[in-house]
Write a protein that binds this ligand. Sequence first.
Ligand code: NAP
Length: 252
Amino acid sequence: MKPETTAARLANKVALVTGGSRGIGEAIAIRLAAEGASVAITYTSAKEKAEAVVKSIEAAGGRALAIKADSGDAAEVKNAVDETVRALGALDILVNNAGVAIMAPLDEFKLEDFDRTFAVNVRGVFVASQEASRHMKEGGRIIIIGSTNADRMPFPGGSVYAMSKAAVAGLTKGLARDLGPRGITVTNVQPGPVNTDMNPETGPFAESLKKLMAIDRYGKGEEIAAFVAFLASAEAAYITGSSLTIDGGFGA
Ligand SMILES: NC(=O)c1ccc[n+]([C@@H]2O[C@H](COP(=O)([O-])OP(=O)(O)OC[C@H]3O[C@@H](n4cnc5c(N)ncnc54)[C@H](OP(=O)(O)O)[C@@H]3O)[C@@H](O)[C@H]2O)c1
């Protein structure tokens, strides 16, 4: 889906999107680049897919870079931020998108999966935000991709995922206070079900989830990306500390 905007709202901005090789992160990277930003993405395993995202941005006349960095590893996250600044000259927009969704019945939930969820979905977001904020100037943007599951977890097995997304909603409020005086905003985008590898619209949860939504379909990565691009723009300068839901009425 081609963005409908014509103005290059993000011209001369540099963005880093964690987990940008597939799914929502890919759509965000492509949208930010289409609006004029130079974009770095991280990935852990899908190297070819990450390179394909870079090529498609370059083919459209943009500037992009793929960096292998596990959000669960603080040194790799810091390196990804620093590499973005070295290669693209600055960092104005951080999109903390990388996440894992490990679901299992309570009795079977492994503590290593608890730790991995927390390391990627929460600690990785904190580390990236801390490191990115060191480079950001006034007008900087930190955007977190949380989940509507922070507010509503409609089936069993998702307690740890829901916890991680509720944690970043709290983190958003605190970071907004830390960074507001410097003119940097922090927002938490909470999607409902979006058709990706993590949650395919033909997957095991799809039919039960669709019944809970006001709009009878899954969301598209491009719809989340359009919202993120607005939050990254100058027009969104007065939105901070907020968790903003985009869920087809899932929580209505
Ligand atoms: N899909 C939904 O319904 C939905 C709803 C609400 C919120 N969300 C949130 O939206 C975000 C993106 O979800 P998605 O559905 O697009 O997921 P996805 O289809 O599984 O894609 C995840 C992306 O993140 C990368 N990634 C995974 N683990 C990583 C790690 N440890 N470090 C760095 N990159 C990593 C993946 O690349 P590699 O495989 O190469 O690592 C891939 O690019 C997540 O935070 C998720 O919780 C999704």
